[in-house]
Each structure stands twice: as structure tokens, then as C-alpha cells.
Design a protein around this ligand. Structure first.
Ligand code: C2E
Ligand code: MG
Ligand code: MG
Ligand code: MG
Length: 278
């Protein structure tokens, strides 16, 4: 009996695994097709100056459409793109689109920057600073209007290459933000080693800062760190007015989250920009 149950269990898991593999394979096919057709979509989430409500920037977030027209979340294809090496092409396509959008904003007289997520692998497999320089020239975007978001673990993964690349980028005028700040396992020594301009407080701390004292204390510590080191601070995942006010109390000047706007297709973002405020 136990043996039979064991066998059933095995079958159950194997079917589940097979379904996962099929799904993964399917997502990979859709992703490969989107990349070769340059059909990845990019949505833009406004970044807000908290005391005025003014839009000061936008984070570019990649979107993949499945064959039925639905959107597949980046959490389902970014790791896959990293494992298969597709991330290099994906990253460049997203960056080109984001730079084109920002160049248009700049030409229309909007002084806002675009922020692009960079995966760890992009620091090893490609000549990132050359690619960025080329894209800036091609799209006629000022380097100062571009920000790159990297995670703590991406920095620690390839310490020396990343240090060189980021130094080049910062010399060009590009700014560097640490994404999901506070969730990495690394020591703070990297803050001395890398030329960082912006800290993005991870959304988990923002979500919990009014619910538990520990999260609030972590946000306070991050705010103190940012002001001591002269870094710009931005709160991620702001969903409630109270969270916005609590962040402002801690001298966090910038924010991003559903309270202001979800990530939007370019046309909708442009409309929001013309309206001036969220
Ligand atoms: P991230 O860079 O930390 O981006 C923030 C994520 O939080 C986005 O999810 C955004 O839609 C979501 N978000 C924004 N405001 C709120 C809020 O108020 N509440 C909640 N619950 N969520 C909010 P998204 O677009 O699904 O992206 C997930 C992650 O995928 C990103 O996290 C980033 O790590 C990665 N990603 C997205 N686009 C790219 C890309 O072009 N390249 C790379 N390498 N990674 C990307
Ligand atoms: Mg990000
Ligand atoms: Mg983040
Ligand atoms: Mg993240």
C-alpha cells in the first residue's frame, strides 16, 4: 500500500513537473519569437516628486504578450531569459525603446529621465557601456536622462567587471540606482566600491512600514544612509497615502507605486505626462 502511494506520489509530481517544463518551454518560444520580431512591449511607471506630485521620471518595465493577447509577468520570463542567455538581447531591446521614448519626452521639453532594469548577466555577457553609448547616440538622448537599476546581488556577482562598467557609465553621465534596496545579502562595503546615485527602498518595507516597527526601522535606517552618503532616495510600491506621508516624514523625496499610477503603455504614459500630474 505504501509502495503504491509512493508510486502515485511520484506520478503526481512527475506530471506537475512535466506541466511546468511544458509551460517553461512555451514561454521560451514566445519570448524567442518576441525578441526576433522586436515585439517586446515596454510599460512605463511614473516616478513622482512626493511633495508636488510632479512626474520626474519613469521606470521602463518589459512586457511579453502570449498568443492569446494576455500579458506574461516578467517574473515568469526574466529568470528564464537569464538562464538561456536571451537577457542580453532582451535588455538591449528594452533599453533602445526606453531611450527612444525618453528622447521624445526630451524633445517635447519634458525634463524627465527613464530608468531601465539591468540583469546581473548583462554585466558579464555584453559590453554594456559601449552598448549604452551607442544607444544614446542613436536615439539622441542625453546620458543624464538615463538611469540604470541594478540589484545588490548583481553588483556582488561580478564585482570587478561591474565596477569598471559602472564607472564608465557614470563618467558618461548615466546615473545608477540600487533596486530593491535592503533585500540583498551583501555588506555595505560595495557602496564605497561602486558609483551609486540612487537607492530604491524595496516595496516590501514600504508595504509593511506602517504595520510593523521593524520595517519602519529599516526604512528609517535606509533614509539615514541615503542622506549621509548624499544619495537620492525613492520609495517603491507606494499604495497608500499614509505610506507616502510616512516616507515624506523621513525626507524621502521621490516615490513610485499604484497610489500614483500602475505601469502604463507608452501612449497612456504620454497622456499622463501632458496632463502634468498624477
Ligand atoms: P522591479 O524593478 O523592482 O520593478 C517594480 C515592480 O513592482 C514592477 O513589477 C511594478 O509593476 C511593481 N509595482 C509598482 N508599483 C507597485 C505597487 O504599488 N504595488 C505592487 N504590489 N507592485 C508595484 P513588474 O513590472 O511585474 O516587474 C517585476 C520585476 O521584473 C522588476 O522588479 C524587475 O526586477 C524585473 N523586470 C521588469 N522589466 C525588466 C527589464 O526590462 N529587464 C530586467 N532585467 N528586469 C526587468
Ligand atoms: Mg526596477
Ligand atoms: Mg524594485
Ligand atoms: Mg525586483
Amino acid at each position: 500500500r505504501a509502495k503504491q502511494e509512493g508510486r502515485n506520489r511520484y506520478c503526481y509530481f512527475s506530471e506537475e513537473l512535466e506541466a511546468k517544463l511544458l509551460q517553461r518551454h512555451n514561454v521560451e518560444l514566445i519570448l524567442r519569437a518576441a525578441i526576433s520580431n522586436d515585439a517586446l512591449e515596454v510599460h512605463y511607471q511614473p516616478q513622482i516628486e512626493l511633495n508636488s506630485g510632479r512626474i520626474i521620471g519613469a521606470e521602463a518595465l518589459v512586457r511579453l504578450r502570449d498568443d492569446k493577447g494576455g500579458l506574461i509577468s516578467p517574473i515568469h520570463f526574466i529568470p528564464l531569459a537569464e538562464e538561456t542567455g536571451l537577457i542580453t538581447q532582451l535588455g538591449l531591446q528594452v533599453m533602445r525603446k526606453a531611450c527612444m521614448a525618453a528622447s521624445n519626452w526630451q524633445q517635447q521639453g519634458f525634463d524627465i529621465r527613464v530608468s531601465v532594469n539591468i540583469a546581473a548577466k548583462q554585466f558579464v555577457e555584453s559590453s554594456l557601456s559601449d552598448d549604452v553609448a551607442r544607444l544614446l547616440e542613436e536615439t539622441k538622448l542625453s546620458a543624464t536622462q538615463l538611469e540604470l537599476e541594478v540589484t545588490e546581488s548583481a553588483l556582488m556577482d561580478n564585482f570587478e567587471e561591474t565596477q569598471n562598467i559602472l564607472t564608465n557609465l557614470v563618467e558618461m553621465g548615466v546615473s545608477i540606482a540600487i533596486d530593491d534596496f535592503g533585500t540583498g545579502y551583501s555588506s555595505l562595503s560595495y557602496m564605497k566600491a561602486f558609483p551609486i546615485n540612487v537607492l530604491k527602498i524595496d516595496q516590501s518595507f514600504v508595504r509593511d512600514m506602517l504595520l510593523d516597527k521593524q520595517s519602519l526601522d529599516i526604512v528609517k535606517t535606509i533614509a539615514y544612509l541615503a542622506s549621509s552618503l548624499g544619495l537620492t532616495l525613492i520609495g517603491e510600491g507606494i499604495e497608500e497615502e499614509q505610506q507616502k506621508l510616512a516616507l515624506m516624514d523621513l525626507n524621502c523625496e521621490l516615490g513610485q507605486g499604484y497610489l500614483f499610477s500602475k505601469p502604463l503603455p507608452l501612449e497612456s504614459f504620454d497622456k499622463l505626462l501632458l496632463a502634468g500630474q498624477v
